[in-house]
Design a protein around this ligand. Structure first.
Ligand code: ADP
Ligand code: MG
Length: 350
């Protein structure tokens, strides 16, 4: 009864705690927060200086006593304190926007596949300490599949590939569970590093990470393009130490990205090889579904399709698929209880 009262006045939310971006969905309202997972801390006072968008602007520009970092770099909570501060900030931000009697929401959080008990507990603790009344955990590709409207609870195989910033996850789902999967620390960040490495090797050019990301988004591709793209990249000449600008085209950037891309594709093939044949037949019908920011890389779907001989579809708005899935779960938790992960607290500790 009391729990029901609390629920009526708090804003239940779904959170995609991504390595690159954190998104928050509020029941009945939709996506209300979509910001980079970055926190800037003052090392002298241990105080948070900025979170999200504002902290992102500080990356690479901070004085020595401020650190701007991504607490979830590889998909798991590498920095527990900072993650908790970030979660608390986002939960409070949602509640400060309107009058609420009790700001202790129920929260559905997406977690990477294959997280350990310790890591799961860390996410739950962070959410409880940040003010959540009840925490539900869901595997990110499961949430992505739900966000893509796949029939995850049916006895049919669905295959989801989620390429994010720090991690990529490949999962085959049937009857509400994950049948086979791979989780890799190989995703968008690694593609940026590939471009940095390429610029260094080919042009003696030192690029910043943000520039590399801009080049990837502007020029990057996985499959030969119909219309060539040329862009300019700016950095520092490693020989003279002075600023330098060079022209690059899509063929060069494709070459730069190819090692990581083929590594991802090998892992997709391996996951399919480990999947029972009946489910593979279902996937051949429905295709592989791409979610996450990496799905936006030009021609990634074409290359995967060519290499696996399966149809491949990019979900609409891949950057929000996981949080939309968390939102769908939130709207009717009882209907999807069996796809959630077991959690340690039935009720938060008093
Ligand atoms: P996470 O879930 O780990 O936070 P996201 O799903 O938010 O990650 O995806 C972020 C990644 O997607 C970043 O590495 C970013 O560079 C990449 N990304 C975003 N847009 C594009 C694009 N148009 N082309 C290629 N990569 C992109
Ligand atoms: Mg993600």
């Amino acid at each position: 009864m009391f729990d029901w009262l609390l629920g009526a006045f708090s804003k239940d939310m779904g959170i995609d705690l991504g390595t690159a971006n954190t998104l928050v969905y509020v029941k009945g309202r939709g996506i209300v927060i979509n910001e980079p997972s970055v926190v800037a801390i003052n090392n002298r006072t241990d105080q948070v200086v900025a979170i999200g968008e504002e902290a992102q602007k500080m990356v690479g520009k901070t004085p020595s006593y401020i650190t701007a970092s991504r607490p979830l770099t590889s998909g798991v909570i590498s920095d527990f304190d900072v993650t908790e501060k970030m979660l608390r900030y986002f939960i409070e931000k949602v509640h400060s926007e309107g009058f609420t009697l009790n700001p202790r929401p129920r929260v559905v959080i997406g977690t990477p596949l294959g997280v350990t008990e310790v890591e799961k507990k860390a996410v739950e603790d962070a959410a409880i300490n940040a003010g959540a009344r009840k925490v539900y955990l869901i595997e990110e590709p499961m949430a992505g599949a739900i966000g893509a409207n796949l029939p995850v609870q049916d006895p049919t195989g669905s295959c989801v590939v989620d390429v994010g910033g720090g991690t990529s996850e490949i999962a085959v789902i049937s009857l509400g569970g994950i049948v086979s999967f791979k989780s890799l620390r190989l995703a968008g960040d690694e593609l940026n590093q590939d471009i940095i490495q390429y610029a260094r090797d080919k042009f003696n050019l030192l690029l910043g990470e943000r520039t590399a990301e801009e080049i990837k988004i502007a020029t990057g591709s996985a499959f030969k393009l119909d219309d060539p793209i040329v862009s300019r990249m700016r950095g520092r000449d490693l020989v003279s130490g002075l600023p330098k600008e060079v022209e690059v085209n899509d063929t060069q950037i494709r070459e730069a990205l190819s090692r990581t891309i083929s590594n991802l594709i090998d892992n997709i093939k391996m996951t399919i090889e480990e999947t029972p044949p009946e489910l593979v037949a279902d996937i051949m019908d429905k295709g592989i579904i791409l979610v996450g920011g990496g799905a936006l890389l030009r021609g990634f779907d074409k290359l995967i399709s060519y290499e696996t001989q399966m149809p491949v579809h990019v979900v609409s708005d891949p950057l929000t698929a996981v949080v939309r899935g968390c939102g769908i779960v939130l709207e009717d938790i009882d209907a999807v209880k069996d796809v959630l992960l077991p959690t340690q607290y039935e009720e938060p500790p008093k």
